[in-house]
Structures are given as structure tokens and as C-alpha cells.
Design a protein around this ligand. Structure first.
Ligand SMILES: Cc1ncc(COP(=O)(O)O)c(C=O)c1O
Length: 291
């Protein structure tokens, strides 16, 4: 796992690695494990960041991308590529997050579970790659659920600040949730093979190239969607109206407000259906807009 962190993520300097039971579980429990009293998370985000803060009874606060404007906190979540928007943070945005952390001593948890799925020209990078070898207060959160399609194994890992990881390991030692050895072995195998990960990435890219033009033909404007497993788009209408229109064609999309009130005019369309179902959905949309 260390070798993967160095060769694929580009981590330098001192760091530690800890396998975790799932990354959802880690996201939900990290504020508790770190005894965080205040947690920042993106305005449009994976809901578990907020739920984790609530479990810890910490003060949650949603923030924009620009870290120069963030208030000091105990823990801040970054998610690039983002679920649901597919937005990739630029190197300078990540550096601003690191500078914020150095200045305020806020722990940064960078959820990078979609890092292996670029959709176009922009390549997502790990926050640890731009930390210049000083990983203090930085954690990168990774999962094999998407990269290696191993969601059922609950195989994930955190990488970063050795002191923070030692604290988490110490608490978790007593709380349980250790990753079973056979799963750790499977993780090692999956992380030493980039071929299957590239195939998986190509699968999502192909599905996107089938579905995105159909959604655009139906008047949806695709935003961000630079990486990941989702298409984030809007027809300028209330999210439920877009969801109902697609439901009428037998297609299930997620209303954007599930990811925060700011998303209430967007929908998230997942590329996790089979190739055949994605092709059928695209054909149904095209048929609907042509009549
Ligand atoms: C941003 C983000 N983080 C974490 C997870 C959790 O994934 P898992 O628990 O399967 O590792 C998800 C799952 O959809 C996600 O979208």
C-alpha cells in the first residue's frame, strides 16, 4: 500500500498508511476518532461529511472551494474529484487548502476515492502530491470500491500524517473496525495492478460518452463533470422536475438537493448501470426529444 501511495499518488516525505473498513465508515467516524468540535465540508457534497459531524456532535459548516476564506476548524473535508459534481480541484486550490491547514492547524481530510477516473483532459491529483513532503495534518482518504469495483469488500485506506494516523490507530484499536487480513491481502493485490483500474476508468468514460450527448440533446447543461462516476447537470428547473421527466422514461437520477440546498436545480446521473442499460437510457432520451 505504501508503494502505491508513492508511485500512483506521488506522496513524498514521512507518511503512514492505515487500511479502514470502507471509506464511508471512515468518513462517518473520523470527526469522532479525532474528537473534532468543528467540521468544514463542501457546499455541495457527499452527505456523510455532515452526518459524521453530527455523530460527533461537532459544529458543521459548509464552505466554498476557496480555502483562503475558510474559518479555522478542527477538521475540513475536501473532495476532488467531487461527488456529485465531478469537479477537480486545481493544484493551486489544493495548495490553498494546505496553506490554510498550516496557518490554522486544521486537519484536512481529502476524500480522493474518484481520483482514478478522469473524464477529459484534466488529471486529478492527490493533496499529498502537492504537500512538498510535509504531510502534517493532512490525510488522503482512498477506497477500492470504485477503483477496483470492490464495494462489497469494504476496502479502503487513509494515507498521510504519521502522528494523526497513530492517534486514529490507537483509538480504533479499542473501538474495533479492523480490516480482516484476507481483505487486506485482496487490497494489496488490487493496488499492485493498474491494468484493471484503467479498464474500469475506460468503462465509465465510454458510458459518459454515450449518455452525456443524449442529456445535452434533452436540454441539460452539464457542469464540471471532469472526473468520477456521475454526470452533474441542470435544465434550469427544480431538481424534482428533471427527476420526474427522466423517471417517465424509466431512468432514475438523483435530485441535486440530496447533496445540499445549493444543488436543488441540478441532478446527478450515475454511470454505474450496465453498458446495455446506459445505451438503452440514452436511446430513450433521444427518442423522447425527437418526437
Ligand atoms: C465522495 C465519496 N466518499 C466516500 C464514499 C464511500 O465509498 P465506500 O464506502 O464504498 O468506500 C463515496 C461513495 O459513494 C463517495 O461518493
Amino acid at each position: 500500500m505504501r508503494a502505491w501511495a508513492v508511485s500512483i499518488l506521488g506522496v513524498t516525505g514521512e507518511f503512514d498508511v492505515l487500511p479502514t473498513v470502507g471509506s464511508k465508515e471512515l468518513v462517518a467516524l473520523l470527526p469522532t476518532l479525532l474528537d473534532a468540535q468543528s467540521v468544514l465540508y463542501p457546499k455541495i457534497a457527499y452527505p456523510t461529511y455532515l452526518v459524521g459531524a453530527m455523530i460527533a456532535k461537532a459544529q458543521p459548516q459548509e464552505v466554498d472551494i476557496d480555502a483562503t476564506k475558510w474559518p479555522a476548524a478542527n477538521l475540513a473535508w475536501v473532495n476532488s474529484p467531487s461527488n456529485p459534481t465531478g469537479r477537480i480541484h486545481s493544484e493551486s486550490e489544493l495548495k490553498a487548502v494546505i496553506e490554510f491547514s498550516r496557518r490554522t492547524k486544521t486537519v484536512i481530510a481529502s476524500d480522493e476515492c474518484y481520483l482514478g477516473f478522469p473524464a477529459g483532459a484534466i488529471t486529478p491529483i492527490s493533496i499529498l502530491k502537492v504537500a512538498a513532503g510535509d504531510n502534517t495534518n493532512l490525510l488522503a482518504v482512498h477506497s477500492l470500491s470504485k477503483r477496483s469495483n470492490l464495494a462489497g469488500y469494504r476496502a479502503a485506506l487513509i494515507i498521510g500524517d504519521p502522528a494523526l494516523i497513530a492517534t486514529i490507530r490507537e483509538v480504533r484499536k479499542h473501538a474495533g473496525l479492523m480490516v480482516p487480513l484476507p481483505v487486506q491481502r485482496a487490497m494489496t493485490v488490487a493496488l499492485t495492478d493498474e491494468v484493471h483500474a484503467a479498464e474500469q476508468a475506460a468503462r465509465y468514460r465510454n458510458r459518459r460518452s454515450v449518455l452525456q450527448p443524449a442529456l445535452e440533446a434533452a436540454g441539460f447543461k452539464v457542469e464540471f463533470t471532469d472526473a468520477g462516476l456521475y454526470i452533474w447537470c441542470s435544465r434550469g428547473e427544480q431538481d424534482w422536475d428533471s427527476v420526474s421527466w427522466l423517471a417517465g422514461l424509466g431512468i432514475i437520477a438523483t435530485p441535486g438537493h440530496f447533496y445540499g440546498p445549493a444543488g436543488d436545480h441540478h441532478i446527478r446521473v450515475a454511470l454505474t448501470a450496465t453498458d446495455a442499460d446506459i445505451a438503452s437510457a440514452a436511446a430513450r432520451i433521444m427518442q423522447a426529444v425527437q418526437v
